[in-house]
Design a binder for this molecule. Structure first.
Ligand code: SF4
Length: 434
């Protein structure tokens, strides 16, 4: 039986896609292994959202390719957005690569691998099939505690910096019944913390169901204890979604709501379809409805045309809103997107300087937010043995913060009450009280 290993880059959609790929391959008679060294087939599930991620995967393929033996093992395949975007040209460029396969083509994977094994030939498939939604495939999950359930694929928004609509195709929503069945089953199988996943979950649309109605139904499933969702789009999040979050006990008090910029001029140029005032109103509405909600965001600096004054608006917005955490990025020009053609690109040194300023600001805010939690009692869903200390466990609070406390691994998968005794960086430390 041939063994495969998948290395996943990028967002949670890719993590879930890797679980779908694992399911397809195991069903076809391959064995999943946890170490790259012991695999006959290495699959890189790539991300092309930022240039850096694309470069990393190229470097890693070349590195692993140097281990190929006289029978040409391991076989190396490239999946995901990079494969979708320019798989065929990468096949020509990287000697070690045996095949590439775009995001909507994974059902072909067993067949392609068998062809490579038998013929030692190269295959490139990057054509798009935007109706694929892998409705019938049960993901083979990577962990035993957290489940990600894809509710939709693709994106229709065409933010001018983003490659996703070009590589993942148009929005299409899964059947509500299939989603609810998958959530229920996940809970029955021990996954008590479930995240509904999509590029823009707020535009979920299946027959008469929108995202608020899906959320309400999923939150009533009693086999799970916690329900989350990513990613939300400020232009689409509705009052009903916020009301549902406030009403339903299983929906966790946390949300990720990308801001990107607080300058209305830049938001317009990004084609984000909201302005800062609307964004700020949503934050106020969320905090009124759910007072202890944790809010995280994505912010991009150095978008073409961003002046110092535009940047300051974003900087001041972070100061004002005080996000629990901000994922901060410098603009990365992606070939094929509209923004790459803008003539007013910002020099790299300015982008880096602005990025550092935001990181410094957010670090202070986040550390203070975590310090404020010292002394509270909170419930942690135990996920794993801590990577830093085998006598400690690591888990997640309802507001999506990592908490570490001394404990035995038998507690993995259970809910433990802790008292927070300290906050170190972005980790809460505590001791078990129940
Ligand atoms: S909403 Fe915008 S940033 Fe998000 S995936 Fe769609 S195009 Fe990209």
């Amino acid at each position: 039986m041939k063994k495969f290993f998948i290395k996943t880059y990028g967002c949670q959609m890719n993590v879930n896609d890797s679980e779908i790929v694992s399911s397809i391959l195991v069903k076809a008679g391959f064995e999943r292994v946890g170490k790259m060294d012991s695999a006959d087939i290495i699959l890189f599930n790539s991300c092309s959202v930022r240039e850096h991620a694309e470069e990393r995967v190229r470097g890693r393929i070349t590195q692993e390719g140097s281990r190929k033996n006289s029978s040409n093992f391991p076989i190396i395949g490239l999946l995901g957005c990079v494969a979708q975007r320019n798989g065929n040209s990468l096949l020509q460029e990287i000697d070690a690569l045996d095949f590439t396969l775009g995001t909507d083509q994974y059902r072909k994977l067993p067949d392609i691998i068998n062809k490579v094994i038998n013929n030692k030939d190269e295959y490139g498939f990057d054509q798009q099939n935007s109706s694929e939604i892998y409705e019938d495939i049960k993901p083979l999950r990577n962990t035993s505690v957290n489940a990600f359930v894809t509710i939709m694929r693709g994106c229709d928004n065409f933010c001018t910096y983003c490659i996703v609509p070009y590589v993942r195709g148009r929005e299409r929503s899964r059947s509500i019944d299939k989603i609810l069945t998958e959530v229920r089953r996940a809970g029955q199988n021990g996954y008590k913390d479930v995240t509904l996943l999509g590029q823009n979950v707020n535009s979920y649309n299946y027959k008469d169901y929108d995202f608020a109605s899906l959320l309400k139904k999923a939150a009533s499933i009693d086999t799970i204890r916690r329900l989350r969702f990513i990613t939300s789009h400020p232009k689409d999040i509705s009052g009903e979604v916020i009301a549902t979050m406030a009403e339903e006990d299983r929906i966790c008090e946390s949300i990720h709501l990308p801001l990107q910029s607080a300058s209305n001029k830049i938001l317009k140029k990004m084609n984000r379809k909201y302005n800062y005032e609307k964004y700020f109103d949503i934050i106020s509405e969320l905090r009124t409805a759910i007072p202890d909600i944790a809010i995280t965001t994505d912010v991009m600096v150095g978008f073409p045309g961003e002046t110092e004054a535009d940047f300051l608006e974003t900087y001041n917005a972070l100061k004002n809103i005080k996000f629990d955490y901000s994922f901060t990025f410098k603009y990365s020009p992606r070939p094929g997107t509209k923004a790459v053609e803008y003539s007013d690109q910002i020099p790299e040194n300015i982008r880096l300087d602005r990025l550092q300023k935001l990181i410094d600001l957010q670090t202070v805010i986040t550390e203070q937010k975590y310090q404020d939690l010292v002394g509270i009692q909170t419930t942690v869903y135990v996920e794993q043995v801590s990577r830093k200390d085998s006598k400690e466990l690591s888990g997640r609070t309802r507001d999506n913060k990592i908490a570490v406390f001394p404990g035995k691994k038998e507690l993995i998968g259970s809910f433990v009450e802790i008292k927070v005794t300290d906050a170190v960086g972005w980790t809460l430390r505590g001791k078990q009280i129940k």
